[in-house]
Design a protein around this ligand. Structure first.
Ligand code: SAH
Length: 360
């Protein structure tokens, strides 16, 4: 039994079954035993690989995107470049390198990273130091400066906790984590919750047994709420669905394999698909325009991923050329993969023109 499982069992024994969001928050963010607090989850030797870890092209294209958006914003100086959940710092380092082609933008940048994990923050500091840059770190979006900003959030929202509700004959019941036969197990709260009906999108017919997920979007709402007064844009990239749908998407991944979410809490990554309809609705309520979502493949192709790959391949040996081709197919290909599964949604100040990547 992991130390975190012992702790979770003690909570359940004294307080009763806990919500899925509380379970997820403990697994990922417990200050001592949480998954992100204790290890470096990313990369070939970790549990999963993200787009910036697949290829430098991903961060570079986002760097050019940011420079263009800054021009559309009227070249504010200073401008905050914010990243939520920067992982190993790979994306920000690639982005800054590419942004050097726009020296005025590069000079106007003030870097702010929002990160809760001490080992990952240390990794980010090292990645930035070798790129010749520095940043300010924040544990939440609440302490970000009140300035025009450009924010990137890649695979950040999927780690924000979700609650789950299951439809029964007498209404919706919250799905909770309890103990059965001396093991952690899902159980339905016996009291029906009628208020959930108002949150379920109208066109969805709720049959018995379907699962509805609701995410705590506080960090994104907090970020969106600053945009109308301060100016700027946030780009959210993640895997998930364009329209709200039913389904249990809570998923654990360990050593690149799908695992049982209740097994070894704190030692596996725990995520749930992003419901982009829910996300866009919450952001619009905060006063921003939403652009997209479109697939990551469409977005990266519009930003010129193929051309950038051709340049990178120039003069390289055949195995490097093959690696670049494979990375492009993985990031932006039409076959099932990141290109189709991942979506890109922009939250933008209403006065901004159509953003690059969303114009085709
Ligand atoms: N964006 C990176 C890493 C994605 S992993 C990449 O694309 O490679 C998720 C990241 O979000 C990690 O850095 C994790 O520590 C951070 N994170 C998770 N929940 C968070 C929260 N509530 N607040 C701030 N950072 C969080």
């Amino acid at each position: 039994m992991t130390p975190l499982e012992k702790l979770i069992r003690a909570i359940i024994e004294s307080e009763g079954p806990i919500s899925v969001s509380r379970y997820m928050a403990l697994c990922l963010g417990h200050p001592v035993h949480g998954y992100y607090m204790t290890r470096e989850p990313l990369g070939a030797t970790g549990d999963f690989v993200t787009a910036p870890e697949v290829s430098q092209i991903f961060g570079e294209l986002l760097g050019l995107w940011c420079a263009e958006v800054w021009r559309m914003m009227g070249t504010p100086s200073p401008v905050c470049l914010v990243e939520l959940g920067p992982g190993r710092g790979t994306l920000i380092a690639d982005l800054l390198r590419a942004a050097r082609v726009a020296p005025e933008f590069h000079a106007a940048l003030e870097l702010h990273l929002v990160e809760t994990s001490p080992p990952l923050a240390a990794r980010q500091r090292a990645a930035l130091a070798s790129a010749g840059s520095s940043a300010q770190w924040h544990r939440s979006v609440d302490t970000l400066p009140e300035r025009p900003s450009i924010t990137i959030a890649n695979e950040f929202v999927d780690a924000l906790p979700v609650d789950q509700f299951v439809r029964s004959d007498d209404g919706w019941h919250e799905r909770k984590v309890g103990i059965r036969n001396d093991r952690l197990a899902f159980a339905l709260d016996p009291a029906p919750l009628r208020a959930i009906d108002a949150m379920v999108p109208q066109p969805l017919r709720a049959h018995r047994g379907v699962v509805f997920e609701r995410r705590d979007l506080t960090p994104i709402i907090g970020l969106a709420a600053r945009i109308p007064a301060r100016g700027g844009v946030a780009l959210v990239i993640d895997y998930g669905h364009t329209r709200s749908a039913f389904g249990d998407t809570l998923q654990a991944v360990r050593a690149h394999r799908v695992a049982d979410p209740l097994q070894s809490p704190g030692e596996a990554d725990l995520t749930a698909h992003v419901d982009f309809e829910q996300l866009a609705a919450a952001a619009m309520k905060a006063g921003v325009d939403t652009v997209g979502p479109i697939t990551q493949g469409k977005f990266l192709r519009a930003l010129g991923i193929e051309l950038r790959a051709e340049r990178l391949k120039h003069g390289k040996d055949t195995s490097t050329v093959r690696m670049i081709d494979e990375a492009v197919a993985r990031l932006a290909g039409r076959a099932p993969g990141m290109g189709e599964l991942f979506k890109v949604l922009a939250l933008a100040h209403p006065a901004l023109p159509i953003l690059p990547g969303f114009d085709s």
